[in-house]
Design a protein around this ligand. Structure first.
Ligand SMILES: [Zn+2]
Length: 397
């Protein structure tokens, strides 16, 4: 009798194991078959800063590398071209970063493919190569010249974030709009700023409103005739940070037909993170001061302190993936599933959710969406379908 019960238990366990195995396989194949587009990855800057090559094995050193991107089922990666405002020649710098992305594609023709439009995007997916696209993160890189904007478009750049944390002469950033006390300064887009947006519409370059101040945001929305993106921003109502979008902004993007690509950064999704990370850094004050004296930018100091030197301690304050899902859910509930996507900010942040070590972990997001009861057709929209719609809507007819 006892043996019989044991046998039955064993049989049940085997059936359960096989069931979960095939369920797991089904989920994995669904993820691999879906088109996954990440709207924002900062690896080009990390590569130059830390002397890394995309086609090396960078486990433990970066969030991204070619092999892991393939494992993670990434179909299209939009790499962010970026330099800080301290660079004396930002346009030249942007071109240098573009050169290095070109070099990776050239060195890896079997695994990567250059993508400049919807047609090429589909080809890359069909050929199972990582479709490589470019976005420039910060209007300062056009150095106040529409010719430079056009030249960047001709080199393949398909979105421009109107500002980074720094304002330009023609657009104010979220940082400046929320921190500058100078009320004589004109915020928003000036006339030249509006002509930048119009030129982008004409070229077929997507307007990216991440990092923009609210005044700039509303001016850009009033100027653009095409759907916009927020390439890497999350929900202000869940995490009140100036980098996130308020409900009326989310509604305006939806009304314009655009997409908000949710940022994975702990500081933008978990409202308790900033305080915890500051406390953690304060415990290593001397070390932090020594970095400060080298005149490193404060975002770089945080990345170095928490992402590299104290990564183990950082584990205890990184949020779980469910908080990221809450942001996706929030936007879906507010404006529907057609206006949300993914903008990881990998290699531009020190703390993604615990479960996401890097680009190899994208399948966990698909799993989490399935667990929350999302229909497969809706998941396909979030993973890439929505971005493809906006790209197409911006292309010249
Ligand atoms: Zn950014």
């Amino acid at each position: 009798m006892k043996i019989q019960i044991h046998l039955r238990c064993l049989l049940f366990a085997v059936i359960l194991f096989n069931f979960s195995l095939s369920w797991g396989q089904k989920r994995t194949s669904f993820h691999q078959a879906a088109i996954l587009i990440d709207a924002h990855n900062d690896f080009p800057s990390a590569a130059i800063g830390n002397n890394l090559a995309f086609d090396q094995d960078l486990r433990g050193r970066a969030h991204s590398d070619l092999r892991r991107m393939k494992t993670g089922g990434v179909d299209i990666q939009i790499f962010s071209i970026f330099c800080g405002p301290e660079q004396p020649k930002p346009y030249a710098w942007a071109n240098r970063e573009i050169d290095s992305v070109f070099a990776w594609v050239e060195r890896n023709p079997d695994d990567m493919r250059w993508v400049r439009n919807s047609k090429e995007l589909k080809k890359a997916v069909k050929q199972k190569k990582i479709g490589t696209m470019l976005g420039v993160e910060g209007g300062h890189m056009i150095e106040d010249r529409l010719e430079n904007l056009e030249a960047l478009y001709n080199r393949g750049v398909r979105y421009l974030t109107l500002t980074w944390n720094n304002s330009t002469a023609w657009a104010s950033s979220a940082l400046d709009e929320t921190s500058l006390k100078d009320t004589t300064r004109n915020f928003g887009l000036n006339q030249f700023g509006q002509s930048v947006v119009r030129k982008m519409n004409e070229l077929g370059m997507l307007v990216d409103v991440s990092h923009n101040g609210e005044r700039t945001f509303w001016d850009a929305m009033a100027t653009t005739t095409k759907p916009v993106i927020a390439s890497h921003s999350s929900v202000y109502n869940l995490c009140p940070h100036r980098r996130n979008l308020k409900d009326d902004q989310i509604k305006a993007i939806a009304h314009n037909g655009g997409v908000i690509h949710v940022n994975f950064y702990a500081g933008f999704i978990d409202s308790t993170y900033e305080k915890k990370s500051t406390q953690l850094m304060e415990r290593h004050r001397k070390e932090m001061d020594s970095l400060t004296s080298h005149q490193t930018a404060s975002t770089e100091i945080t990345k170095k302190m928490l992402g590299e030197k104290h990564a183990a301690a950082l584990l205890s304050i990184r949020p779980s993936i469910s908080i990221l899902l809450d942001h996706l859910d929030y936007i879906v509930k507010l404006v529907g599933v057609d206006h949300v996507g993914l903008g990881s900010d990998f290699d531009g942040i020190e703390a993604p959710p615990l479960e996401l070590q890097g680009v190899e972990d994208f399948p966990k997001i698909t799993d989490a969406l399935l667990e929350r009861g999302y229909a497969k057709k809706d998941i396909r929209k979030i993973l890439g379908g929505n971005y493809m719609r906006v790209l197409k809507a911006n292309e010249k007819k």
